[in-house]
Write a protein that binds this ligand. Sequence first.
Ligand SMILES: [Zn+2]
Length: 119
Amino acid sequence: MPNRKLTEEELLRAREVLDDVRERLKKLSADDPDLLFAYRRKVSKELVYDERKKPQDRRKLKKFMWTLQNGMCAHCHKDMPLKRSELDRREAAKGYVKENVELVHAHCHHERQEANGYA
Ligand SMILES: [Zn+2]
């Protein structure tokens, strides 16, 4: 299922939120560029976690899926070292939950993404 796209109206709302956040961070950092950098990085990271979960949660899920799939890639069905594996979401918006992911080789993941027009 393709990812939900924003309408023109929704894009405008998103830009307003972004403008508000930028303005608040600017005020919060009171012209201190290092503080602005730190606030921006923190907010950015937390928003990424809202979508992707924290790295330790994804690592735990990877290990779980690797065991479930008997160390085999869900794409090419060959042996796959845990280190060289990546989680592939069936539907991005459903997130990194076991019902929505498969563990695949990094190169197989890239093949899938290219085939879906994401890369
Ligand atoms: Zn593979």
